[in-house]
Ligand binder design. Structure first.
Ligand SMILES: NC(=O)c1ccc[n+]([C@@H]2O[C@H](COP(=O)([O-])OP(=O)(O)OC[C@H]3O[C@@H](n4cnc5c(N)ncnc54)[C@H](OP(=O)(O)O)[C@@H]3O)[C@@H](O)[C@H]2O)c1
Length: 321
């Protein structure tokens, strides 16, 4: 089968399309014929080996997962004898980041908990765009204790995670303010945002308006400014953005949360089958839809990475296998 191979850490130039042996599922695995995959920040970490600490999980000197690719959609081709919930022919999607990666290939073997039946009302390309970014959005909103009627601000609302976060926050009944640049205002509003702040024209931290939950998905604002923008019992959850934003949330967040009722901290997504089932139900109920910016062929994965690295994706980047 064809697969993208990464034998050393580096730039997208290290990636090569190669012919490799098609995997055979063991008793506890499912063989999936992959139709589409998508890119997430975790793919960049696996490609570059940066930040260095990630190498304790991904391999110290070279990537231990040679075929990158976390999010997939496809069709079950074969199942091991211990597999209970899937059969040949099932259409599935999943997040392989906790089970060996391998999504940038024609086939992959995965354990049962990594997969969920694909939502019936979207294409394979759309389904591949969903798992990691949508569960990041869901889990971070839950960490921020989202409830109906809350005022929620999403900073960085137009990328992979942000476009899901806006819609999921709306599905919880929140009043959503989305922060993005001028070119993304319309798309973010079409996803249901009640209010949109164009960060090229206005700094929301300079206004007196406060929010019950702030999700920092992209960009950078000082953590003290975020704290000012939180309502007295508000929660701040740092999902991503600049390295400084991450460091501040990890180091200062717990300190700033000691006095008063404002809580500030960072968050790490984990692949979770139940969460992906919840997302599937939202999609099938018409409450959530993936936004795809561009699609690339398997042979174009290096170019897909180069585009993703620029950091201006509108929604998700999908690889068609
Ligand atoms: N904590 C976790 O477990 C976890 C999991 C997944 C991802 N992440 C992190 O979450 C972040 C977002 O991931 P993603 O996949 O959504 O990234 P992405 O798709 O690459 O985000 C790109 C989007 O961010 C917008 N953006 C760029 N600069 C901005 C700014 N200063 N203010 C507001 N928006 C800005 C861009 O629009 P414009 O350029 O037009 O502004 C673009 O639409 C990344 O930092 C990633 O590392 C964390």
């Amino acid at each position: 089968m064809k697969a993208i191979i990464s034998n050393k850490y580096g730039t997208p130039d290290v990636l090569e399309l190669q012919e490799v042996t098609k995997p055979i599922p063991n008793d506890d695995q499912i063989l999936v014929k992959i139709h589409a995959a998508s890119l997430n920040y975790g793919n960049l970490v696996l490609l570059t080996g940066k930040p260095f600490l990630s190498r304790f999980a991904f391999g110290l000197l070279k990537p231990k997962y040679q075929i990158p690719g976390g999010d997939i959609s496809g069709t079950v081709e074969a199942v091991g004898k211990n597999i209970q919930h899937f059969k040949r022919g099932d259409e599935v999607f999943g997040d392989l980041s906790a089970s060996g990666w391998g999504g940038f290939a024609e086939y992959v073997t995965v354990p049962e908990p990594a997969l969920v039946l694909k939502p019936s009302n979207i294409s394979f390309q759309e389904a591949a765009a969903v798992p990691m970014a949508s569960t990041t959005a869901l889990q971070s909103l839950r960490k921020g204790k989202i409830t109906s009627g809350q005022k929620v601000l999403i900073n960085g609302a137009s990328g992979g995670v942000g476009t899901f976060a806006v819609q999921i926050a709306k599905s919880f009944g929140a009043e959503v303010t989305a922060v993005c640049s001028t070119r993304n205002v319309d798309i973010v509003r079409s996803l249901g945002a009640d209010d949109v702040i164009d960060y090229t024209k206005e700094d929301f931290t300079k206004s007196s308006k406060q929010y019950d939950l702030i999700l920092a998905v992209n960009g950078y604002q000082p953590i003290s400014a975020y704290k000012r923008s939180l309502s007295p019992n508000g929660n701040y959850v740092m999902v991503g953005g600049s390295g400084v934003q991450l460091t501040e949330a990890m180091v200062l967040g717990p300190l700033l949360s000691i006095s008063g009722n404002k809580k500030m901290g960072s968050f790490l997504q984990r692949a979770n089958q139940n969460d992906l089932m919840y997302i599937k139900e939202l999609i099938e109920a018409g409450k959530l839809k993936p936004i795809i910016d561009k699609t690339f062929a398997l042979s174009e994965v290096p170019n897909a990475f180069r585009y993703f690295e620029e950091g201006h994706t509108q929604g998700k980047i999908v690889i068609t296998i």
